[in-house]
Design a protein around this ligand. Structure first.
Ligand SMILES: [Zn+2]
Length: 367
């Protein structure tokens, strides 16, 4: 049993870039690590350098021909048309870049290491994980491999009978849901914006009993996320009695994110993490989407604080502020960047009315 939460990271996320204007060509994990360190929240004793998953580990879920194709893409820095078409690499937001194999394989290695560390219970945070769109034999939605699936399989391989996966990313956790259709030892719950890619995850789609979907309209506010957690996720978890929870904590439903229509504050994300953190003896928290470097770094640093029950300061000390001022974004931003992106960790709360549609989705999911 782990005596305190552990943080799995790697310097590969600092060095590697998806390239050019790709939404993921921004500092995320490295920024969160730097910010946590600047705040004194990440002593060396709790930081684990992520291993890189090898072929055999990845093949627990992924197709060997596909794994070989990603390795070859990294070695050759290009893919032929047949490979691009067959495996969806080098197109559709899944570029060939310098570490196109090692980077996602490291995210998988981190999540697999987390599953090992959680064998007897505890909390592990692996913000590089959460690549929930990856498919068995193809890349999808910026995801080459699927580390949540590998972590869940590793937990099942330890003998666990009930593993809960909760996904609060703005996008449907389609790859994880698909991997466990009909698997009675796994329950996947995805809260996502209904009109976003990949447009799957309808409320009536239940993955032969292994999935619940909570598709919500754009503009989900803090009160609505809390409502969904209290009225749907927690009741479902209570019935399932998970031995482990894998929580995908994508930051792309937050108001400052450029890719979704969310209006959530990061406080709402932290509240969801806090509400779910006690429901299983093993907790693996992952990252996920998030395409504004300041928003992601602040949100994920706050997730780590939440797991450690550290109180969030109102304003950041100079060293932490300097980390945030040192970040850059490849996106044009009209006007001046808001001062709170540098000087604070917590966003202003954004409570609001709980819309009827949100209530209906919650009711349908638990029915
Ligand atoms: Zn997303």
């Amino acid at each position: 049993m782990l005596t305190r939460p552990l943080f799995i990271g790697s310097e590969i996320y600092r060095r590697s870039r998806y390239g050019g204007k790709h939404p993921l060509a921004i500092p995320r994990v490295s920024a969160a690590i730097d910010l946590c360190r600047a705040l004194g929240w990440l002593p060396d004793e709790v930081y684990i350098d992520s291993p890189t998953a090898g072929l055999e580990q990845l093949a627990r879920f992924h197709d060997r021909g596909y794994i070989a194709a990603v390795m070859r893409a990294e070695a050759e820095q290009t893919v032929d048309d047949e490979t691009a078409r067959r495996y969806n690499i080098g197109r559709n937001g899944n570029p060939v870049f310098g570490e196109v194999f090692r980077r996602p394989a490291t995210a998988c290695g981190g999540s697999l290491r987390a599953a090992e560390l959680l064998r007897d219970g505890g909390i592990v945070y692996s913000p590089a994980g959460g690549t929930h769109h990856g498919r068995r034999d193809r890349a999808s939605g910026f995801c080459y491999f699927n580390d949540p699936v590998l972590a869940i399989l590793a937990l099942l391989d330890q003998g666990l009978q009930r593993v809960l996966y909760v996904d609060v990313d703005a996008h449907h956790g389609d790859g994880v849901e698909a991997a466990f259709v009909g698997e009675s030892r796994v329950l996947t719950i995805s809260v996502h914006q209904e009109d976003l890619w990949p447009r799957t995850g309808k409320v009536e789609d239940r993955g032969e009993g292994s999935a619940r979907n909570l598709p919500v309209p754009a503009g989900l506010n803090d009160s609505e996320l809390a409502y969904l957690v209290d009225e749907a996720v927690l009741p479902l978890a209570g019935r399932f009695r998970p031995e482990a929870l894998v929580l995908q904590g994508g930051a792309d439903a937050l108001a400052d994110d450029p890719l979704s229509g969310g209006v959530l504050s990061n406080r709402a994300l932290w509240a969801a993490v806090a509400a779910l953190s006690g429901i299983a003896p093993r907790l693996l928290v992952l990252g996920g989407g998030g395409y504004n470097p300041w928003s992601v770094a602040r949100a994920w640093t706050g997730v780590w604080a939440t797991l450690n029950r550290i109180e969030i300061p109102d304003t950041l000390p100079t060293a932490a502020e300097e980390v945030l001022r040192g970040l850059s974004w490849n996106r044009r931003y009209d006007g001046k960047l808001p001062e709170r992106w540098f000087a604070t960790l917590a966003d202003p709360a954004n409570p609001g009315p709980v819309r009827e549609r949100v209530k209906a989705v919650a009711a349908a999911a638990i029915a």
